[in-house]
Write a protein that binds this ligand. Structure first.
Ligand code: 6MZ
Length: 357
């Protein structure tokens, strides 16, 4: 694929279902924030600069980087800023539906609760000016402009539970998600360092989320823990992320259950979860017509974009434009928003198909 093909990937409408807010922050913003904290003597700027600009990181190093990013970003006004920027960045590459996930954080020393963290996120969403944003369930549409021919982006939120958290903290996140359904929260994600914590800690909160009608997606199989993978599949989440380290039995189970997989190619390669792109499980799942969706994971941390992920899939697995368009459009089936949104997205793809072919 050449540069023109990349431009084509940018121009195609796309659906992003696995993007972590704090992993999607622009390097330039992180450096700017680090400079400010450096001047205040809170951090050593040059150390931070080296860490931020490093391109290859193991999974273990990635989680150390997240701790650093959280030091830089986690006050209310910065959370608002990064949310606005991240949404605008996705909009600028023609993402038409974005499910943005983030871990609500409590930090008593700056008066931050999980709720006030999410209020700061919502403020960032409402501040988006480059596109019209639809973030609320049917009947509650807001932030749209009259007689618009402007680009439109649907944004929904998933609240993440970090594997470092307790059962109580996970439950608090689920309750917050339920209270924020009118603000576009559609589901719960379980993420964080996969070697930390035990899946059973989060099960009560995840079960409660499901009982109350929230959708659930789980980071599953980022490390080879077959027992956990099996238990996660038995839970029947609506989607899973990654699915890298599955052994035969769980692989068969995944395929027969047809649970949609959020595939993050660059992330898996950069973190060495998968040793090389030509043995990535995308190829097998794609060939088997297993439900899957290409996603970025952490576009800032891994210096990628959703268009770049399609471009990579195309060059690594020989997908042509028709296949890529179909792949992007099929993702509509796996979104957590309601059928009305699905219909509107299908219409957007239909118009785009006419223009792009
Ligand atoms: C597991 C990940 C992740 O929530 O602070 N996160 N969890 N595997 C990954 N693969 C590389 N990438 C990101 O965004 C950052 C948080 O998302 C989770 C981690 O818990 C990380 O701290 P938020 O906005």
């Amino acid at each position: 694929m050449n540069r023109q093909d990349m431009e084509w990937c940018v121009s195609m409408p796309k659906v992003e279902l696995h993007a972590h807010l704090n992993g999607s922050v622009r390097d330039s913003t992180l450096l700017e924030l680090a400079r400010v904290l450096g001047k205040k003597g809170i951090i050593a700027f040059s150390d931070v600069e080296n860490v931020i600009m490093k391109s290859d990181r193991t999974l273990h190093e990635v989680f150390k980087l997240f701790d650093l990013i959280h030091i830089l970003t986690t006050d209310h006004s910065t959370v608002t800023r990064i949310t606005k920027e991240v949404i605008e960045d996705f909009a600028s590459e023609n993402v038409v539906y974005l499910e943005l996930r983030t871990t609500p954080k409590r930090n008593d020393s700056i008066g931050m609760s999980k709720r006030s963290y999410m209020e700061a996120v919502m403020e960032g969403l409402k501040a988006v000016s480059s596109v019209d944003v639809d973030y609320a369930p049917a009947g509650l549409k807001t932030n749209t402009f009259n007689g618009t021919t402007r680009k439109k982006l649907y944004v929904r939120f998933l609240l993440s539970i970090d594997r470092r958290e307790s059962t109580e903290a996970a439950m608090e996140t689920v309750k917050l998600a339920l209270e924020m359904r009118d603000s576009g929260v559609v589901g719960i994600d379980l993420s964080g360092n996969p070697i930390v914590g035990n899946w059973t800690t989060f099960l009560p909160a995840l079960k409660y989320a499901r009982e109350q009608g929230l959708c659930v997606t789980l980071h599953c199989g980022e490390v080879p823990n077959q027992e956990e993978i099996k238990a996660m599949l038995d839970f029947l989440p609506q989607r899973i992320g990654h699915a890298c380290c599955f052994e035969e039995e769980n692989w068969r189970k995944l395929k027969s259950l047809k649970i949609p997989v959020e595939i993050c190619l660059t992330s898996n390669i950069r973190t060495e979860t998968i040793s090389s792109i030509d043995i990535h499980h995308f190829a097998e799942l794609y060939k088997a017509k297993h439900p899957l969706v290409l996603c970025t994971d952490d576009s800032g941390v891994f210096s990628t974009s959703l268009s770049g992920e399609y471009h990579l899939a195309s060059s690594a697995f020989g997908l042509g434009k028709t296949e890529m368009f179909q792949l992007a459009e099929t993702a509509i089936c796996f979104i957590f928003a309601d059928d009305g949104v699905k219909e509107e997205l299908r219409a957007i793809f239909e118009v785009a198909a006419g223009k792009l072919k």
